[in-house]
Design a protein around this ligand. Sequence first.
Ligand SMILES: C[S@@+](CC[C@H](N)C(=O)[O-])C[C@H]1O[C@@H](n2cnc3c(N)ncnc32)[C@H](O)[C@@H]1O
Length: 277
Amino acid sequence: MRTRLRGYLSEDELRLIRAFDVVGDIAIVKLPEHLLPKKHIIGKALMEVQKNVRVVLNQLSPVKGEFRTRELEVIAGENRTETIYRESGCAFKVDLAKVYFSPRLATERLRIAKMVKPGETVVNLFAGVGSYSIIIAKQGKAALIYSIDINPHAFEYMQTNIRINKVGDRVIAILGDAREVVERELAGKADRVLMPLPELSHNFFDVALKALKPTGGIIHFYDYGEEPDIFGPSIDFVKTEASKKRFEAKMLGARKIRSYATRCYHIALDLELKSAE
Ligand SMILES: C[S@@+](CC[C@H](N)C(=O)[O-])C[C@H]1O[C@@H](n2cnc3c(N)ncnc32)[C@H](O)[C@@H]1O
């Protein structure tokens, strides 16, 4: 793409076009403000180079708000934000302007799916369009995966994706606030709880504990960690909060998922909780 754009952009400007994501047949770029007058040229160049791309979107805002969505504008190709994305043998219909979706979590989704044991009941507190839940179901071991999301668009796409992937016998989509849903119908049911929303994981850790069976289970806790002690504060938090609810938390694993900002990482803690009573 750089070669194609060389006649239109300066070397400095070319350096500013950062790596872009491709979701299905849509590419997403984040153009700095001073490149916006050239956005259509850049979008067309990207389509010429990436033959499978039919739409190029420019991301105008960071991921934000309760639904974790972002503002997007079409800068080349067809006028749409909906696409079908494939990952780990599953297909996901998503509207990138209406729901959260990141292809960068593919490795993490498959890692979690492979940890699920036969017959487990899983509760996914922040399920989005159902990506973790459906990949878990496709691995074929979990008995039931309750999948909660508060965004009505994510809930609708989750229902569609459950149909497309034929996992309606195992994945149950629930629209609502995870705290209210767990208190109303899922307390004490889960062998495993997923918390794939780092911004809320501290506020909802008590909800994850409540969803676990009384004897305990596994929680996948997502957070942000900063160098030099990337995992320490999160580990301290979960151990303290678990003991307040009479659970003992044992660390099964801690990993960096991706770099988030300078010296800051999106991290995952795999925790085994056992009732201390
Ligand atoms: C980072 S996304 C995770 C999406 C999904 N796990 C994935 O990998 O594609 C977080 C999701 O949590 C949902 N959410 C935010 N607050 C919530 C709440 N209180 N209860 C349930 N879902 C919530 C958002 O709508 C969003 O879809």
